[in-house]
Write a protein that binds this ligand. Structure first.
Ligand code: ADP
Ligand code: MG
Ligand code: ZN
Length: 617
């Protein structure tokens, strides 16, 4: 864009110059008066004229005794003396004047008339030259497409401004990433002891949670070069471009020594191979293969670390996740209230806030907002303030900006209303409470009502020991936990929402498995129904061959229903009994959105006997 305007400027300048030249040649050289020959004759007779310069036999520049210069022209035929004598000038008077015939300068005589012809041609040539130059630049870029266009951030680490301080929340992610920083700072320490260095770190999280931010912060903290390329940049029209770009990117990074290679939007390339129905996925596959080749080609003491970011880990090719590649995965969650407050604080820096502003309130109103949304919110508030000609941002501008950001694409579905928040809190509290009350269930590690993926909230359980076998009692309890959310909603609100549908599906699957697959049913005993063809890679989505009668099918259904009902009863019983605890958990959830294990156990107050010592993280 800038280049075009510069060229345009040059063209205009040239046009001006050319038109000036026209003026120069078509008009007289100076703005001196043009007089007819008769006037000249008169002036000579009156002895006013000092000298006359004749150029080209026609143009005359007359200098008067009083210093004035005038112009005149005569026919090329006949000398000036002849003309003057004809007009009645004295021979004697003529002799007193210096008459100096000058040959017209070659350039003038030629260019004068020709400039009318040449100038347009010159202009055309100029235009063509410029067009050509631009086209060539374009072609150059097109032929340069193999270059990875790796952007180099902070080759001078001092310039890389983002540090861990600028990243709010993400405590766990930061801790994990610290290790990478430490390695990049002194790789020898690790190499000497024979430790294998992480090659690839995969940052996984919803858009705007700070994946790119974190990667840049790592580069800064470690003081190394940071090369970044986006996955979609590798995928181009031409087959083979992607892979050579990858090669180029890694080569550049190797030359730079200790460095971070950051591949943003890895899912654009890393999609599962082999599902390219109708072909056309060659390019992606080649690019992906090249990445794998480069990562496998790292030597033991190479000091490059590949960090990739994605919000779709589910579509990544399993080959990428194998040991020695992106074997380290770091989850970045949407921020909870405290994190949101911190993020708002970070982005409020450099903006004049009114003294009574309460960022906490804004944080409480924005569940489901990502870091990027919050940064956006702060910016919108600043814009609004400026538009209202205020010098400080007030609370009302912040509130208004919430709605503005909410109107943005996709956000609406993400954010819980106050009522929804409460329902979700009770739902998750139900799961957690039931889990904490049943002896075979793993302790609750974390409860959250911040949506993650499709679920409204989640309750994470921590397995206390590695298990390979599961008992019937465990299955039954698991079903009760799954129905805990449903039961809580039903008891507290006298109504149920679509929230638990996923839970119910899972519970039904377990019930069906108990009866049909594991032979744990009380009516049928140890019999397995339905022959399954288990496709090796497709997991549970198997095709079932029905090898039992309709009567048996009805009986199976009855048994499944019974199991579900029993689980529901267990869950409801627990929740009715411990309604006060449930309220406490839900209240804490509404307030904090995320509860960690310690706090949960404190609220429940019954876990001590049941929950074993916390194992290493
Ligand atoms: P992602 O790469 O995960 O989509 P980005 O790292 O590009 O998200 O984040 C976009 C912007 O949002 C950042 O530049 C930053 O201003 C803001 N942001 C996101 N997360 C945080 C955070 N945890 N702390 C501070 N700012 C954040
Ligand atoms: Mg990003
Ligand atoms: Zn649930």
């Amino acid at each position: 864009m800038r280049k075009i305007s510069r060229n345009f400027f040059i063209v205009v300048l040239l046009l001006l110059a050319v038109s000036a030249l026209f003026g120069l040649f078509s008009g007289p050289l100076t703005h001196s008066e043009n007089i007819p020959l008769s006037q000249l004759a008169q002036d000579i007779i009156q002895e006013k004229v000092q000298s006359i310069v004749i150029t080209g036999g026609t143009n005359m520049t007359i200098t008067y005794r009083d210093g004035i210069v005038k112009q005149s022209t005569k026919e090329p035929q006949g000398t000036l003396s002849e003309v003057m004598l004809d007009l009645g000038v004295d021979q004697h008077q003529l002799q007193q004047i210096q008459i100096e015939p000058r040959k017209e300068s070659g350039l003038m005589s030629w260019l004068g008339p020709l400039s009318f012809l040449i100038a347009p041609i010159l202009l055309f040539l100029l235009f063509f030259f410029m067009m050509f130059r631009q086209a060539r630049a374009g072609i150059g870029q097109a032929f340069d497409f193999t270059k990875a266009r790796a952007k180099l951030f902070g080759a001078d680490p001092a310039k890389q401004k983002v540090s861990f301080k600028d990243v709010a929340g993400l405590k766990e992610a930061k801790e994990e990433v610290q290790e990478v920083v430490d390695f990049l700072k002194n790789p020898k320490k690790y190499v000497q002891i024979g430790a294998k260095i992480p090659r690839g770190v995969l940052l996984v999280g919803p858009p705007g949670t700070g994946k790119t931010l974190l990667a840049r912060a790592v580069a800064h903290e470690a003081g190394v070069s940071f090369f970044s390329a986006s996955g979609s940049e590798f995928i181009e029209m031409f087959v083979g471009v992607g892979s050579s770009r990858v090669r180029d990117l890694f080569q550049t990074a190797k030359k730079a020594g200790r460095s971070i290679i950051f591949i943003d939007e890895l899912d654009a390339i890393g999609r599962t191979r082999g599902f390219g129905f109708g072909g056309g996925h060659d390019e992606r596959e080649q690019t992906l293969n090249q990445i794998l080749v480069e990562m496998d080609g790292f030597d033991r003491d190479d000091t490059q670390i590949v960090i990739a970011a994605t919000n779709r880990p589910d579509v990544l090719d399993p080959a990428l996740l194998r040991p020695g590649r992106f074997d380290r995965r770091i989850m970045l969650d949407l921020p909870d209230v405290n994190d949101r407050e911190q993020i708002l604080q970070i982005h409020a820096q450099g903006k004049p806030l009114a003294a009574n502003i309460k960022l906490r309130e804004i944080a409480e109103r924005t569940p489901g907002f990502s870091g990027a949304d919050l940064a956006n919110l702060m910016n919108e508030a600043a814009i609004l303030t400026a538009r209202r000609n205020k010098t400080q941002i007030f609370q009302e501008e912040l509130y208004e900006s919430i709605d503005k950001v909410l109107l943005g694409p996709e956000r609406k579905s993400h954010v819980l209303s106050k009522k929804e928040k409460e329902i979700t809190a009770y739902h998750e509290a139900g799961h957690a409470l039931v889990a904490a009350s049943l002896s075979t269930v793993d302790p609750v590690r974390k409860i959250s009502i911040i949506s993650r993926g499709y679920a409204g909230g989640y309750t994470l359980k921590l397995p206390t020991e590695d298990k390979h076998l599961k008992s019937r009692a465990e299955f039954i309890d698991e079903m009760a936990v799954l129905l805990g959310g449903y039961a809580a909603e039903k008891i507290v609100f006298n109504d149920v929402t679509t929230g638990p549908s996923n839970d119910l599906e899972k519970a039904s699957q377990i019930a069906r498995d108990i009866v049909k697959e594991y032979g744990m049913s009380t009516t049928f005993g140890p019999v397995v129904f339905g022959e399954r063809e288990r496709a090796p890679f497709l997991g549970r989505n198997t095709i079932e061959e029905k090898n039992y009668s309709e009567t048996v099918a009805t009986q199976i259904d009855q048994e499944v229903n019974m199991l579900i009902e029993a689980a529901q009863k267990t869950a409801e019983q627990i929740i009715r009994q411990k309604r006060k605890t449930l309220d406490k958990i839900a209240k804490a959830l509404v307030q904090k959105e995320t509860i960690e294990r310690e706090e949960f156990e404190e609220i429940v107050g019954l876990g001590k006997t049941k929950i074993p010592k916390k194992r290493g993280k």
